[in-house]
Design a protein around this ligand. Structure first.
Ligand SMILES: Cc1ncc(COP(=O)(O)O)c(C=O)c1O
Length: 452
């Protein structure tokens, strides 16, 4: 009797080298991984090299890549301009422990592109940027509390706790002290009256959010909510922080704030900012960023100033890669290309769902997309808008996410987290065509296996 091969059988068959390395990795890393999102059962793939929109694993399988360095690689892998800039700089030194011209150029480019950026302070990651943004807001307002929104992700530091679950009022995170958690309040996104209720008591230093909605727009946010937030935070003297670590330089060259015309007080940046190398930044109004400045006043320096060392802040390699990246971003050409391909991808994947009678929806904005299978998804404006109060949020059941991730890998496509991805300025129509075919095949295999 013929046996039916499953997605997971194919996965194991196609990736023996990755499986072997994973068994070794289990002896060195907790769960064999170095980032939570790379945890994949039965084992993750190990990549050998990458170029442009593609990468190759240790078993010589080739992938169209939509992880794109977790969203950092807006110009794809090993872009010649960035590679050259990094190699040139490495030959001149990787760390001067001093000011240098490139950091100035990098900072000036941020200022030119990002509307809220009166001043800039570089950090080494997005997590450090959100940590600094909240600290600045607290120092500036003299208040302790932070308002965030359920499912919005701001890195893994204690103030924002790093859980993507709905915290609703009482965030939880192992290892974070209760008094710290007690200063962070989380509420559902999209309801301005809830925000007003909280801010009215005058206890909140800041409101922080991902400005296209929770988890880089997985739960999209109505644009008018941003304008309402701007108005209400101003009214309550509360600092408005846009976390543009993902959306910055992606949704438009100047990020969400330039695209939708709402300027926050403080912005956090990372990913595209540093051209594929480590790096982050806090930018914002001079009176808030000036909490970092030294003054001729010992009492200020000792008691009011926000201190900020950081060995790799604005290191020359990240500054070199970031400056080239932002120079390319500024042209807007890559956005036009990536956004058009993303729109085509979203439409074609939805066509597959429609043609195969598969429940679900694909949606996105600019050059990112999200896939939901196994759920009916209400569609409002532009075919991508979820009700702002969707509860629970329209996440794909985890069995489906895992099967889609494995199936797409089997067919030569690597999705970010198994249910979405980033299109870059170097993806091609051929990449999109191959992705749509891989999706059609994978959805068909999932149906045969009745994975739901
Ligand atoms: C919106 C947002 N903020 C902050 C972070 C943290 O950035 P990093 O991973 O550079 O620490 C992330 C990471 O994905 C993010 O998506």
């Amino acid at each position: 009797m013929a046996t039916t091969r499953t997605i997971i059988d194919d996965y194991r068959r196609l990736h023996p080298g990755s499986q072997q390395l994973y068994e070794e990795a289990l002896r060195t890393f907790p769960s064999g991984v170095t980032h939570d999102i790379r945890y994949t059962t039965p084992f993750p793939i190990f990549i050998d090299h990458a170029q442009g929109s593609r990468k190759w694993d240790v078993d010589r399988n080739e992938y169209v890549d939509y992880v794109m360095g977790h969203g950092a690689l807006f110009l794809g892998h090993a872009h010649p301009l960035i590679t050259q800039a990094v190699v040139d700089q490495a030959q001149k030194g990787t760390h001067y422990g001093a000011n240098h011209r490139l950091e100035l150029e990098w900072g000036q480019r941020v200022k030119e592109l990002v509307p809220s950026a009166d001043e800039v302070r570089f950090t080494s990651s997005g997590t450090e940027a959100t940590l600094m943004a909240v600290r600045l807001a607290r120092a500036y307002t003299g208040r302790d509390k932070l308002l965030k929104f359920d499912h919005h992700f701001h890195g893994w530091q204690d103030y924002v706790v790093g859980t993507r679950a709905a915290e609703s009022d009482s965030p939880q995170a192992a290892g974070v002290p209760d008094p710290t958690l007690g200063n962070t309040v989380s509420i559902p996104q999209g309801d301005i009256s809830l925000v007003d209720d909280r801010l009215r008591q005058g206890e909140f230093a800041a409101v922080i959010l991902e400005p296209t909605g929770a988890s880089w727009g997985t739960v999209p946010l109505r644009v008018d909510f941003l304008a309402d937030l701007r108005e209400i935070t101003t009214r309550h003297n509360t600092v408005l922080i846009f976390d543009e670590v993902v959306t910055g330089f992606r949704v438009s060259p100047g990020g969400v704030q330039a695209h939708f015309g709402v300027t926050p007080d403080v912005t956090t940046l990372a990913k595209i900012l540093a051209g594929g190398l480590p790096g982050g930044a806090v930018t914002g109004k001079v009176d808030i960023l000036s909490m970092l400045e030294f003054r001729e006043d010992p009492a200020w320096n000792a008691g009011h100033r926000v201190a900020h060392p950081g060995t790799f802040n604005a290191n020359p390699l990240s500054a070199a890669a970031g400056s080239i990246m932002l120079a390319q971003v500024a042209t807007g050409n890559h956005h036009q290309h990536a956004d058009q391909l993303n729109e085509r991808l979203v439409n074609d994947l939805n066509y597959v769902l429609q043609q195969t009678g598969t429940q679900g929806r694909v949606y996105g904005l600019a050059s990112y997309f999200h896939i939901v299978l196994g759920k009916d998804c209400p569609v409002e404006r532009d075919g991508v808008e979820w009700p702002a109060h969707a509860s629970p949020p329209p996440r794909m059941p985890s069995a489906l996410t895992a099967a889609l991730k494995r199936g797409m890998l089997n067919h030569g496509v690597d999705l970010m987290g198994g249910n979405g991805g980033f299109v870059s300025g170097v993806h091609t129509p051929k990449d999109i065509g191959e992705t749509v075919k891989a999706f059609e095949d994978t959805v068909g295999e999932m149906r045969v296996e009745a994975i739901s």
